[in-house]
Design a protein around this ligand. Sequence first.
Ligand code: BG6
Length: 514
Amino acid sequence: MQEKQPNPLGEDARNARTADPCLLVIFGATGDLTSRKLTPALYNLGKEGLLPSHFALVGFARRDKSHQEFRDELKQDVNTFSRTKPIDEPFWGNFQERIFYHRSEFDDDAGYQALAHFLQTLDARYGTKGNRVFYLSVQPKFFPLIIEKLRKFNLVYDAHKDSDPWSRVIIEKPFGHDLASATALQLDISHHLDESQIYRIDHYLGKETVQNLLVFRFANSIFESLWNYKHIDHVQITVAEDIGIGTRGHFFEEEGLLRDIVQNHMMQLLSLVAMEPPVSLNAGAIRDEKVKVLQSVRPFSPLDFEHNAVRGQYGSGSIDGSPTCAYRQEKDVSPTSNMETYVALQLHIDNWRWAGVPFYLRGGKRLPKRTTEIAIIFKNAPGVLFQQQGKQTEQNVLAIRIQPNEGISMKINCKVPGPQNPIQPVKMDFHYGSYFGGPPPDAYERLIWDCIVGDSTLFARSDEVAQSWEIFTPLLDYWALHPVNSFPNYASGTWGPKEADAMIAKEGRAWRVL
Ligand code: BG6
């Protein structure tokens, strides 16, 4: 049994930074994200002593309820969704006294006026010094309106570096629907907020395994010299989910999988895998390098639209032996919907490091299992010594398992013991769970905490978001003009449409079996 080691990206490092006193206001406090992610994250941060001692939480939403009703609902959410259970009753008893509810419509001036007054009262009571985090967990159409009102009622302040008090706004994804809308949204909010106050969340960046990509690449000397077109044959990035769209029919009919997963989460993974070493670990330096990767992604050509971009939609099928319905039968989905629930792409990064190395991306709902992985597939060894029955030995594969079963494995060829010389691929495997002990903290814990301490490294910058939309908007436009008539084209519980297999097979490669 390996000894449990301190996690360099975990609590120890986090404790080294201090969290200022502050109030956190969640807009959309009765929504799904608050229940499933934000409340458990705040509870666990509090329990680990990472929230400032001068802190209070205010839920802002449109439904009528008392402070106590709101607290009871949040307690239920912790009981259901927290990574640590059972709930710590004495801790909750204290914590809930700092939780409040504020009812208002998002467009109601009186509601914001009352909020401003209420927050001042809380400042006086809890010593939160006027510092504010506003978390916008609402439909994107409300982002500009809420930010305008926050400014109008002086709930957000001018940003001066190291100013006191400070105000920050966390904006949930999606940030825009395409390049034009993202640019318009950015312009709109930039009238009221400085870039340093805007925290665009992409929760993938809060995952421990995603943060470890930088450490893995730049704190180990052995990989960097191999990390280029000379040694790497291709890269595969998979974000597979077995769940369908659940109760999010309205959302998904608007967004589809490319906007929901590929444009943000998958492109973040791609940027971190492909970027050059940053000049330092500060937010600007890291984000500069990520943007350069996006700028180097080769634009889709008309041929790519047809041959290097595949969309799919799930039909009925079964997952783990239980029957599941087709996307078109889901609640709030049109029975003739043409929205994609699966995407496979081939991208190229036209820079020196990655010349000629394809990046294959696939993501989808209702695939056989939940797994997110980045696989680096190395070039074959020269086939002069160890060919078996005329076949080359297998390629080395470095597989970075983002979730679940977080870890990293390396496939290498090995001689099978015995007098003959057969060769067999074997795996060297590292598991976070067994090495560091216990499940990693949830991504939202890290991100909320980073915002409170004013570290925007793990949030998307405006040029990053715009650059990613620039890549995908032409494809989205093409898809909108050319609806498919073959949907549904994969059964739930299978690995996507056969066109995705054909896309990668035409180059003599295959998707990894996961
Ligand atoms: C969200 C998407 O951003 O990420 C969801 O909107 C998706 O559709 C989810 O299910 C996946 O997150 P995770 O952390 O479970 O991989």
